[in-house]
Design a protein around this ligand. Structure first.
Ligand code: HEC
Ligand code: HEC
Length: 191
């Protein structure tokens, strides 16, 4: 090998190496997400398991759904003054890192009123096509299993009165009574 060839090879190596480190720098980092999430956990619970019925758990929620909701708060498509304020401080990388962090935490069941869960289970049958047989969700369809029942009921009411726009959800809830919502939310919380 001539001297010129080996210099070229060395240069090729250096440029490949720096290209790789560029890619790594742009990778999603759960560790960075965890740092940013410390503030969030004040409401959403340690490791994303909320102990307060007003605040949803984020542990085990799908990253795609978390990202979409944070962007909806940023754009104002989903209105909530607390969360709009929180989301305003996040950039695209923060959102991806935070979503990766929460989605990989294991979720705990919030619990639900056992006198309502059986009826709720029957009524959930019509929801399972999108949210999954065990309410585990996927991608943009949120996981509902183990979520705080009070939070779930509030979201169902918001879809019904139109204050939250949720694609198919607005039409789906139109036939649900408040009692149906209590039962379904209790069942989901109990999972
Ligand atoms: C002061 C309390 C508080 C803090 C701090 C907070 N949140 Fe929230 N968060 C809420 C409330 C309340 C809701 C429900 C809003 C609604 O009713 O639409 C919510 C909803 C959400 C949702 C939607 C969940 C779902 O199931 O649709 C996401 C995602 C979220 N928060 C992420 C975050 C992140 C990320 C942070 C930190 C940067 C954060 N929150 C900080 C109170 C808080
Ligand atoms: C056609 C698919 C589909 C069906 C069927 C469906 N959902 Fe949904 N659901 C969605 C989508 C998509 C979202 C996310 C909406 C958004 O982007 O805000 C959602 C969101 C929700 C949320 C908000 C969760 C959160 O964390 O804030 C609740 C609660 C919910 N659905 C309950 C139900 C219930 C109860 C039923 C049955 C009565 C049902 N869904 C049927 C697609 C569906």
């Amino acid at each position: 090998m001539t001297k010129i060839q080996s210099t070229n090879l060395a240069l090729l190596f250096i440029s490949l190496f720096s290209f790789n480190s560029f890619i790594y720098a742009a990778e999603i980092s759960e560790a960075e997400g965890k740092k940013k999430a410390a503030l969030c956990e004040g409401c959403h619970g340690t490791k994303g398991n909320s102990k307060n019925p007003q605040y949803p758990s984020l542990a085990g929620q799908h990253a795609t759904y978390i990202e979409a909701q944070l962007k909806a708060f940023q754009s104002g498509q989903r209105a909530n003054s607390t969360m709009q304020g929180m989301a305003a401080n996040l950039n695209e990388t923060d959102i991806k890192n935070i979503a990766a962090y929460f989605s990989n935490l294991s979720s705990e069941s919030a619990g639900g009123d056992s006198s309502l869960t059986k009826k709720g289970q029957d009524k959930f049958a019509m929801c399972a096509g999108c949210h999954g047989a065990k309410a585990q969700g996927r991608s943009n369809f949120p996981k509902l299993a183990g979520q705080q029942p009070e939070y779930l009921k509030k979201q169902l009411l918001n879809f019904k009165n139109g204050s939250r726009k949720g694609g198919p959800m607005n039409a789906i809830v139109s036939s649900l009574s408040e009692q149906d919502m209590n039962e379904i939310a209790a069942y989901l919380g109990s999972l």
